[in-house]
Write a protein that binds this ligand. Structure first.
Ligand code: NDP
Length: 242
């Protein structure tokens, strides 16, 4: 059995990625923060397709929770090696910087950036020992271009892009690849407050993307076929950013 962990696998892009990785033969650990019912829905979808998965609750922003949950999973699953990590859990708290309070800044940095650090550091050791691994970080167009109203989110995502490039160079020799996927507007709960009818005029492909379209790209980067790609940031945005 080969193992993959998807943070924030209960909904949206993380759910589609979990389903995709399961279809590739991975037993998927579907992480969630508080939405157990949605995580179970992801697991049911995977089971319907003949795949295998389990849920694992922890807050990626809390180091103690990350370590407790993953170490305890490791204890009960000795000899199991999580070889694919998709750092997908993310939140946005949009606000013009002038009005931004500490918690708007801190919460977004804690989840999107520190979450990447806590989870990746923990799983990295085994990948280095086994000399195989795929780390895929879900970033954003916002981290490449910067978007007004998202100074916190753009900063967090840009930081993960920098970390992706640095880590890829640190561990390439050990056959562990690290890449980032930068979506534009994707139809999920995160974007349900946005007006697609208005915004699609800005997008050359004239629509929001689907989580499954992002999952296809993540699946490729997670596969052995992507063995010579590392340190890259791959955009998936319908042509919005060039
Ligand atoms: P959703 O809001 O639909 O889902 C967010 C997921 O992250 C949920 O599974 C949620 O768990 C989980 N999550 C949130 N905070 C934490 C936490 N602290 N610890 C563990 N899990 C957490 O988001 P999307 O699917 O839209 O976004 C997924 C990723 O893609 C994010 O990193 C986002 O920034 C990025 N992205 C999204 C874009 C879009 O247009 N949708 C565009 C560009 C990037 P729970 O269900 O328990 O709440």
């Amino acid at each position: 059995m080969r193992y993959a962990l998807v943070t924030g696998g209960s909904r949206g892009i993380g759910r589609a990625v979990s389903v995709k990785l399961a279809s590739m033969g991975y037993h998927v650990l579907v992480n969630y923060l508080s939405n157990k019912a949605e995580a179970e829905q992801t697991i049911a979808l995977i089971a319907q397709q003949g795949g295998s998965s389990e849920s694992i609750q922890f807050d990626v922003a809390k180091q103690e929770q990350v370590e407790a949950a993953l170490n305890s999973w490791g204890e009960s699953n000795k000899d199991c090696f999580i070889e694919v990590l998709v750092n997908n859990a993310g939140i946005r708290k949009d606000m013009l910087m002038m009005w931004m309070e500490n918690h708007h800044w801190q919460d977004v940095i804690d989840t999107n950036l520190n979450g990447f650090f806590y989870v990746t550091r923990l799983l990295l050791k085994n990948m280095l020992v086994k000399k195989y691994g795929r780390i895929i970080n879900i970033v954003s167009l916002s981290g490449l271009k910067g978007l007004p109203g998202q100074v916190n989110y753009s900063a967090a995502k840009a930081a993960v892009i920098g970390a992706t490039k640095a880590l890829a160079q640190e561990i390439g020799k050990k056959n562990v690849t690290v890449n980032a996927v930068a979506p534009g507007f994707i139809k999920t709960d995160m974007t349900k407050d946005l007006n697609e009818e208005e915004l699609k005029a800005l997008i050359p492909l004239n629509r929001f993307g689907k989580p499954e379209e992002v999952a296809e790209l993540v699946g490729f980067l997670a596969s052995e076929s992507a063995s010579y790609i590392t340190g890259e940031v791959i955009s998936i945005n319908g042509g919005l950013y060039t």
